[in-house]
Design a protein around this ligand. Structure first.
Ligand code: GDP
Ligand code: MG
Length: 692
């Protein structure tokens, strides 16, 4: 029968996202397509057919990936399909205009040793940009034929079909390319390959060399397939050894070797004219900004500028707002007879104007901070920052991508936790999420801004502020490392990310972004903080004591306050917080701070304006200075930095981690850590007589 003489070929399409895979799939298969799911997972599987002469070609469009490391589900699917279904030809769709980056996936296909066809799609774009390579030479070096195409015009379709059939028939066969991983790694690879062959642990369909390579790359999917303890111990030993030799995890080293292979191959076959340079200003800028030597200092300088402007420029409007609230308080006070004791007056002036005003004062700082971050985000610099930080972050058990959420964490922890979604690996993501509250959020800033000038001389205030931010960062790093070593084991994933082109940020989007974040802050001041301020004011004012025994005004006030709810709660927890140097007033404010960190400031303001005999000229800062020592001030700073994040953060951690377990772990862990540090600092400081 006619059908029997037909030959069947299976072809898998792989490629980076946006390389034109789907376009080419559609061109090749026309309307003979069907969509299903991959067995076991609900990821869309597109299949189509193509008949050419007597050949029946089945084409499977695999999920777009940048790599085959099996970190994400998409990568796993693509890899498993290639290994287990053994397609006759793997067609790698490459964005020719972005060759080097796309070739990373190609190197991994080369490693797999599969019959490979390289389709250089977007060749129209490449041509426009002046990108050009000696394709025959490049094909020889990569060990696979290359066909340039323009996907959406159907250009190259015939050539692809012909090449696929020839490859399947074994008519075209270029010598396999090899990627060198360096003497040391290759020696270990050979040893490991021998061992796994002896132990018979390589599953069917898997190549032993590739299997050994993946073990060294710490590939979890592959590790799962191994039952021999001896092999696992050996892999651990080799990994340690390689780490000692190269100072880096083998997986990072191996990835770097792939890049090196790519850049060498490209350099040797590049025919691009000077034109390309004109067109890739972005690359030129990157050569400086992501330079191995200058990248980090430039990055730090940029961060410094952002913070510097935040505080210097923010200082002016801050004074205006402070003046405004002072004026408003005075205006409202004047509605009453001088000296009259009205509860409403107290609520308006001390509770609402004092509480909310104390927080709104910091709005300009927050706006400048977000302005800076929005500018960096919109210009496309942020991914570079992740790239620059990756090396350092890896050492601390995090990866470069964790850096972005952390930076956002300086604004507010809640969106920062949402930003961890860009981390594919579950452990990477959880660790980042758990330590995020240690990045001093915008709400912590008012606390620092209140306490630091109250206790420390002008000259060292800046250093103190920077110091407290740094302590948070260092603690976050240490905690991440500890988590990595205990509850969330496993190495951080190597960074592989798309660097978008630089753009000139549009004022519109930057301002929108800044406004949105500032608005959220204002909204918090208007809702949660207003509510909590009124509640705390009521707690500090009621119940009223009927008979007062003390005689001098100061003593009367503290008697009244001690009798109120807030006073009682504060007093109740005083024994627990005493070792940190805190009295019941601070304790009361700390409880308020759990609702939202900035409430600490408004709460202190309320307690002190309610509790102290009024001396109009004395600011809250003066009052703090009069009542506490610098050591207590520092202990307070530390506690507010480290301790329990606000309610919103806990709720977000629950939502994003999917369980209360992690949210409570974060809450408990940070509170305990804060307690231990503050107690230690206060006790040791007191013993040595520092700042008392
Ligand atoms: P996929 O993510 O790899 O499936 O990519 P798509 O097939 O969805 O293509 C991404 C975009 O690139 C679409 O807008 C296509 O129309 C466009 N595209 C595909 N091939 C070419 C090409 O050769 N040249 C140009 N300029 N655009 C292309
Ligand atoms: Mg697609």
């Amino acid at each position: 029968m006619h059908l029997k003489t037909k030959r069947n070929i299976t072809v898998a399409l792989v490629g980076n996202p946006n390389s034109g895979k789907t376009t080419i799939f559609n061109t090749l298969t026309g309307d003979r397509q069907h969509v299903g799911n991959y067995p076991g997972v609900t990821v869309e599987k597109k299949e189509g057919e193509l008949i050419s002469g007597d050949v029946h070609i089945r084409i499977v469009d695999l999920p777009g990936t940048y790599s085959l490391t099996a970190v994400s589900l998409d990568e796993q699917i693509a890899r498993n399909f290639i290994i287990e279904e053994k397609p006759d030809v793997v067609v790698d769709i490459i964005d020719y205009s972005n060759l080097e980056r796309n070739l990373y996936l190609t190197t991994q296909l080369i490693e797999l040793g599969v019959p490979l066809l390289l389709v250089f799609n977007m060749s129209d774009v490449a041509e426009n940009r002046g990108v050009s390579y000696n394709l025959p030479k490049l094909a020889e070096r990569l060990g696979a034929p290359i066909i340039p195409t323009v996907g959406f015009k159907g250009q190259g379709k015939k050539e692809i079909i012909e090449a696929v059939i020839s490859i399947a028939d074994g008519e075209i066969k270029l010598p396999q390319a090899t990627i060198r991983y360096g003497k040391e790694i290759e020696k270990e690879l050979r040893g490991l390959e021998k061992l796994i062959c002896q132990k018979n642990v390589v599953p069917k369909n898997y190549d032993s060399h590739w299997f050994a390579l993946k073990l060294l790359e710490n590939d979890r999917e592959i590790q799962k397939k191994i039952s021999s303890d001896e092999v696992i111990t050996e892999v651990g030993k080799i990994t340690e050894h390689l780490k000692n030799v190269h100072g880096e995890n083998p997986e990072i080293d191996i990835a770097e070797r792939r890049y090196r292979f790519i850049s060498k191959v490209c350099r040797k076959t590049n025919l691009s004219t000077g034109d390309t340079h004109r067109l890739t200003i972005s690359d030129k800028v990157d050569r400086v900004l992501t330079n191995r030597l200058f990248g980090l200092p430039i990055f730090l300088a940029l961060m410094f500028l952002v913070f510097h402007f935040t505080f210097t420029l923010g200082g002016y409007p801050m004074e205006w707002i402070e003046t405004f609230f002072g004026w408003l308080g005075g205006l409202v006070t004047n509605w009453w007879q001088p000296g009259s004791e009205s509860m409403l007056k107290s609520l308006l002036v001390d509770g609402i104007i004092g509480g909310v005003g104390g927080v709104i004062i910091f709005l300009p700082n927050i706006m400048f901070l977000f302005l800076g971050i929005s500018l960096l985000e919109d210009s496309g610099y942020m991914p570079r920052a992740a790239f620059i930080m990756d090396n350092i972050m890896q050492k601390f058990g995090l990866q470069g991508r964790s850096f972005m959420p952390m930076l956002i964490g300086f604004g507010c922890t809640v969106p920062a936790i949402m930003a961890t979604r860009s981390l594919e690996d579950k452990h990477d993501r959880l660790i980042t999420m758990l330590v995020l509250p240690l990045m001093s959020c915008g709400a912590r800033f008012p606390i620092y801004a209140l306490i630091i000038p109250a206790f420390f001389p002008h000259k060292i205030q800046g250093v103190m502020l920077l110091g407290i931010y740094l302590i948070g960062i260092v603690l976050a790093i240490i905690s991440a490392k500890l988590l990595r070593m205990t509850v969330l084991k496993g190495p951080p994933t190597p960074l592989l990310m798309e660097l978008p082109r630089y753009r000139i940020p549009t004022p519109n989007s930057v301002l929108t972004n800044m406004w949105l974040k500032s608005y959220l802050y204002l909204k918090k001041a208007g809702t949660i903080i207003l509510g909590v301020s009124i509640l705390l004011w009521a707690m500090t004012s009621y119940p009223k004591k009927a008979e007062i025994t003390a005689t001098d005004p100061d003593a009367i006030q503290s008697e009244v306050l001690a009798y109120s709810f807030a006073g009682r709660v504060g007093h109740a927890i005083e024994p627990v917080i005493k070792p940190m140097g805190f009295d019941w007033r601070i304790g009361t404010a700390m409880i308020g701070a759990f609702a939202a960190k900035e409430v600490f400031v408004s709460q202190m303001a309320i307690i002190y304006s309610v509790g102290e005999a009024d001396e109009a000229s004395e600011t809250l800062r003066d009052k703090l200075q009069r009542n506490y020592t610098p050591l207590i001030g520092f202990s307070m700073l530390l506690f507010m930095l480290i301790s329990a994040p606000c309610m919103a953060t806990i709720a977000m951690t629950k939502q994003e981690s999917g369980s209360w377990k992690w949210a409570l772990f974060q809450l408990g862990g940070l509170t305990l850590m804060a307690y231990v540090f503050s107690v230690l600092v206060f006790q040791i400081g007191s013993l040595l007589g520092i700042g008392v």
